[in-house]
Ligand binder design. Structure first.
Ligand code: ADP
Ligand code: MG
Length: 264
């Protein structure tokens, strides 16, 4: 079966220009992600991870190079790409259901099928009985699940996840990793995750792209072996080869440290 390319970046560079000058944040980034694939981006703070997601979402236009989503060049935000952030940005005056359905509402697509999908997603996330509650009545992990429902409800082909678990306590984070993995797998979503947690990247991904800073470039691309890929994130941490992979990736960070890159 031929694999379909969901996302393709070619020769992508990005320069930020402001009153203090110009800064080359990303240089000559090229990689592609197949449909249904889960790719993580890791690298020290400031290496351009968020910039890269902004380029993929169409919020930024690259200074040079192209970003293609399902074959089409992206130059502005598109419903094909959904973006989930570390903060949930739920509106406090809206109920959980009203927050989860806001994307569809703004797109004029909150018809009976849309409403049904929101309720189904809330149920998948174990949130059915909280639909009429308000965000302040929910825990951090539950709020992130609402944010995920809101992102999935508009049915994007590609999901961008910028450190979505990093504000959560460890146990909640591990539980949410499994839930997100199951949800994306069953819905065959393509995902790009940014994380500073190497174990999370190994446990969740099919492939990891390591970025180095100043300017942001690809240092390495690491395929995750099948026995880790096929296990859910929590179990994957116990799979053969996990620790070797951790040390290999840790080695890249040490290498960048020694070369004088910034670290967090
Ligand atoms: P990361 O997400 O990996 O921490 P970012 O993509 O946020 O990195 O930033 C990459 C680099 O670009 C950093 O050096 C940052 O200071 C710089 N940068 C980010 N946003 C802007 C901006 N709006 N204007 C100027 N420089 C920026
Ligand atoms: Mg960032």
């Amino acid at each position: 079966m031929q694999k379909q390319t969901a996302l393709q970046l070619e020769g992508v560079s990005h320069v930020y220009v402001n009153s203090s000058g110009a800064y080359l944040a990303l240089e000559h980034i090229g990689f592609s992600v197949n449909r249904g694939e889960f790719v993580s981006l890791i690298g020290p703070s400031g290496c351009g991870k968020t910039t890269l997601l902004s380029l993929i979402s169409g919020l930024l236009v690259p200074t040079s190079g192209t970003v293609r989503v399902l074959g089409e060049t992206i130059g502005q935000p598109t419903p094909r790409v959904g973006y989930m952030l570390q903060q949930d940005y739920l509106f406090p005056w809206r109920t959980i259901y009203e927050n989860a359905s806001i994307g569809l509402e703004l797109m004029g697509r909150l018809d009976s099928a849309g409403k049904e999908l929101v309720l189904e997603l809330l149920s998948d996330m174990g949130l059915s009985q909280f639909a009429d509650r308000y965000p302040h009545q929910l825990s951090g992990g539950m709020r992130q699940r609402v944010a995920l429902v809101r992102t999935l409800a508009t049915e994007p082909d590609i999901l961008l996840l910028d450190e979505p678990f990093s504000a959560l306590d460890y146990q909640t984070k591990l539980q949410l990793e499994d839930l997100v993995a199951v949800t994306l797998l069953s819905r065959r979503k393509t995902a790009v995750l940014v994380t500073h947690d190497i174990t999370e990247a190994i446990a969740m991904s099919d492939r990891i792209v390591v970025l180095q800073p100043n300017p942001g470039r690809i240092l390495a691309s690491v395929d995750i072996p099948p026995q880790i890929r096929q296990a859910l994130p929590l179990k994957a941490r116990e799979a053969a080869g996990f620790h070797d992979l951790f040390h290999r990736l840790w080695g890249y960070f040490e290498q960048m440290d020694n070369e004088g890159g910034e670290t967090r």
